[in-house]
Design a binder for this molecule. Structure first.
Ligand SMILES: NC(=O)c1ccc[n+]([C@@H]2O[C@H](COP(=O)([O-])OP(=O)(O)OC[C@H]3O[C@@H](n4cnc5c(N)ncnc54)[C@H](OP(=O)(O)O)[C@@H]3O)[C@@H](O)[C@H]2O)c1
Length: 325
């Protein structure tokens, strides 16, 4: 089969596309004929050796995929050969076939395309878990989303609206903010122009926001936290800016506020029934037209390195997808 291969840690241009052996599955896995694979920020990290997992060489990046089940391990009971499915691969999605842990694979909604399905699991799964289980976001509360036009950020904007929050989208350019507005954001903040704190203050009448969703990190983190409301919750989702920030401990004290970690992959593994319930709700909202996943660009398998580079260079909006078939 054809696959994008990482043979040594390095930037996207060091990846190669080659013929390689098809994977063999374990008892708890399924073999997928990959139709499409979503690109996520961790793909930029895993090829550079900067991610929490370091697979043995050579490996294919690609953390999520959609396609058709070719083979089912004997311990996987909820899927059969021929099912159209979507889910997490860990890595290996940028290839014609991939072995996937069965617990992370779900049948696709009947009316969903392979491209959309490949763009769905990671971003909506993460943002749903963040806003539902970790923030306990309530209707009428104010939600600030940083990096609001990116993969997980845009999903958070849509889910926040579906949950009845007032959503303030924050991003680095006017074009990116327009994407967030189209996804339903009520208010917009451009954090490249002027102080994030001042703009938050103006938009909330000095009250601050109830929930902050932060996949960016860096300098925005403390600035945002300083404008959180009494009883606020700040969600630590990721560090796309590259710097892991720290926070003086007096700030949560003064606001009666919480700093809340989000690790969706571990949640899905430890609490599979809760994760399944999240996806039932997400698929229902998708069916009602409340979620409209944005696939802004697709690339053929041979151009997967360029697809990964668009995220690493801060050029992507919504989701970028690699079309394998
Ligand atoms: N905790 C979890 O369970 C979980 C799950 C999935 C992903 N994540 C994390 O969430 C973060 C976002 O992932 P994603 O797939 O949504 O990525 P993405 O689509 O590339 O979005 C990241 C956003 O971060 C902002 N950003 C700021 N500085 C950046 C820089 N130097 N390079 C790239 N982007 C920068 C960009 O928005 P602006 O230009 O508007 O600032 C961009 O839209 C990553 O850190 C990822 O590891 C965490």
């Amino acid at each position: 089969m054809k696959a994008v291969l990482c043979k040594a840690f390095g930037p996207p241009e060091t990846l190669v596309v080659e013929e390689t052996e098809a994977p063999r599955i374990k008892q708890n896995e399924v073999l997928l004929e990959v139709h499409a694979a979503g690109v996520n920020f961790p793909d930029t990290l895993i090829i550079e050796g900067k991610y929490q997992f370091k697979p043995p060489f050579p490996f294919s990046p690609g953390g999520e995929a959609s396609g058709v089940v070719l083979e089912v391990g004997e311990k996987v009971t909820h899927l059969k050969v021929g099912d159209r499915v979507m889910g997490l691969t860990g890595w290996g999605g940028f290839a014609e076939q991939v072995a996937m842990p069965g617990h992370g694979v779900l049948p696709m909604p009947a009316d969903m395309s392979f491209e959309t399905a490949a763009a769905f699991s990671m971003t909506y799964g993460t943002s749903m878990h963040a806003l539902r289980q970790r923030a306990n976001l309530q209707p009428g509360e104010t939600l600030l989303v940083l990096g609001a036009s990116g993969g997980v950020g845009l999903a958070a904007v849509e889910i926040g609206k579906a949950m009845g929050a007032r959503v303030i989208a924050a991003a680095s350019t006017a074009e990116k903010l327009e994407v967030a507005r189209n996804a339903g954001a009520d208010e917009l903040i451009n954090y490249s122009e002027g102080s994030l704190r001042e703009q938050m203050k103006t938009l909330t009448g000095g009250q601050g926001v109830d929930v902050i969703y932060d996949p960016v990190g860096g300098g925005l983190f403390e600035e945002a936290f300083r404008s959180i409301a009494w009883n606020g919750r700040m969600l630590v989702v990721g560090f796309a800016a590259g710097e892991i920030p720290s926070l003086p401990a007096n700030l949560p004290l003064l606001k009666g506020a919480a700093l809340v970690g989000v690790f969706w992959g571990a949640f899905a593994q430890r609490q599979p029934q809760d994760n399944l319930a999240n996806f039932r709700q997400l698929f229902a909202w998708y069916g009602e037209g409340k979620l409209k996943p944005l696939v802004s660009r697709t690339f053929p398998l041979e151009q997967a390195p360029e697809a990964i580079a668009t995220l690493g260079q801060r050029r992507a909006v919504g989701k970028v997808v690699v079309k394998v078939r």
